[in-house]
Design a protein around this ligand. Structure first.
Ligand SMILES: *Cc1c(COP(=O)(O)O)cnc(C)c1O
Length: 395
């Protein structure tokens, strides 16, 4: 399916981009809950299979609702092509597998979402792909780790959970010097505030489970890049290994894209206000928010992000006990390891998402026992402020 090229601004592309209407002329996008497609004749089936007729064949390969989601997110990102997957991890795995073969080498920032770190550190080496993990904020460390056989560099920015900001343009230049691709997991920044492809990255991946759904319903993911790489490397893996996104979930995520800017802008405005409130509170030892001047990479954050986004991290001076008291005292904010939801969510990384790391690995990542990660939702910011200050008063 080819999509019409437009010069729509993001909010317009997210409402209309990629829409194809059935013969009924429906207003809202149709959900094509079908595995397969029928052909008018044996000749038509032959033409579909040999590529002379570019229609749909089987929903493991492509599906009309999934294709609308792919075209819409590609229009926002300014990408030539996109393939949607059943989860964010399926997207990361697909992007990595499409990039390397035995004997190749990968460099990644060590502050990665846990399962991404498993792929780089444990899974790829099993198939003869070696990997090096670096401190992503240290450009000299990237330079030292990248070698002639490096085929891919991988990073998240801001990182989970300590919200470090990594210089995407600088890492892209170093990767390109040896012919490697830079893959960026853009979940925390969201496509509203950061466009890695425009900064020089080659591939962007999302867990659509987060802000793109935005209401905590469906898992999904997407890989975005140039048309040639998607056709030559990603599509064969999609077809033959089967990480396809279900049409139902694609429909939910497609409708999520329509409201993405409104939600992310509101959540970001609330996050900025709550970050200021937390930074001034005596129980808070350290506040990390990429939109504040006291962020360790504030200049870089201003350069490559349109705003500080929807996530805050903060450390309570009195450690784990205080963090648990605080989390248990919250009334509106829910305890959950998810993020990007309409509901504000807080998590204690040291005992949940990052529990399986060694003490040393946690210390290296700045994940102390007093650290909390906060995903700001769509509630009234004054109610959230009262919930946070009320719970802080109990620690
Ligand atoms: C959630 C998340 C993933 C994995 O996505 P799933 O949809 O849960 O598979 C990958 N990267 C980051 C940064 C995430 O937050």
């Amino acid at each position: 399916m080819t999509t019409e090229k437009t010069n729509w601004r993001p909010a317009t592309a997210l409402v209309h981009g990629g829409t194809t209407r059935s013969a009924f002329g429906e207003t809202s996008e149709a959900m094509f809950l079908t595995q397969g497609f029928v052909y008018d004749s044996a000749e038509a089936a032959e033409a579909r299979f040999n590529g002379d007729d570019p229609g749909f064949v089987y929903s493991r390969y492509a599906n009309p609702t999934v294709a609308m989601f792919e075209a819409r997110i590609a229009a926002l990102e300014g990408a030539e092509a996109a393939r949607a997957t059943a989860s964010g991890m399926a997207a990361v795995n697909l992007a990595m597998l499409a990039s390397c073969k035995a004997g190749d080498h990968v460099v990644a920032a060590r502050a990665l979402f846990g399962s991404c770190r498993y792929i780089v550190e444990t899974l790829l080496p099993r198939f003869g792909v070696s990997s090096t993990l670096v401190d992503g904020t240290d450009l000299d460390a990237w330079k030292a780790a990248i070698r002639p056989e490096t085929v891919a560099c991988f990073l998240e920015s801001p990182t989970n959970p300590t919200l470090e900001v990594i210089d995407i343009a600088a890492v892209a230049d170093m990767a390109h010097a040896v012919g490697a691709r830079l893959i960026v997991d853009n979940v925390f920044a969201t496509p509203i505030w950061q466009s890695p492809l425009k900064l020089g990255a080659d591939v962007v991946v999302y867990s659509a489970t987060k802000h793109i759904d935005g209401q905590g319903r469906c898992l999904g993911g997407v890989v975005l890049s140039d048309e040639e790489w998607i056709a030559d490397e990603v599509m064969p893996l999609m077809k033959h290994t089967g990480p396809a996104l279900s049409p139902f979930n694609a429909w939910v995520l497609l409708k999520g894209l329509e409201t993405l800017p409104v939600r992310v802008e509101r959540q970001t405005a609330s996050a900025a206000r709550l970050a200021d409130l937390l930074a001034d509170h005596p129980a808070v030892k350290r506040l990390i928010y990429p939109g504040r001047d006291d962020h360790p990479q504030a200049d870089l954050a201003r350069r490559q992000m349109g705003a500080g986004s929807t996530m805050i991290a903060f450390e309570l001076a009195a450690g784990k006990e205080a963090a648990f008291h605080f989390a248990n005292a919250l009334r509106i904010v829910q305890l959950s390891n998810n993020l990007g939801d309409a509901k504000s969510l807080v998590t204690h990384p040291a005992t949940t998402t990052h529990q399986s790391l060694t003490d040393e690995a946690r210390a290296e990542l700045g994940i102390s026992d007093g650290l909390l990660r906060f995903s700001v939702g769509l509630e009234d910011v004054e109610d959230l402020a009262e919930d946070l200050t009320g719970a802080l008063a109990r620690v």
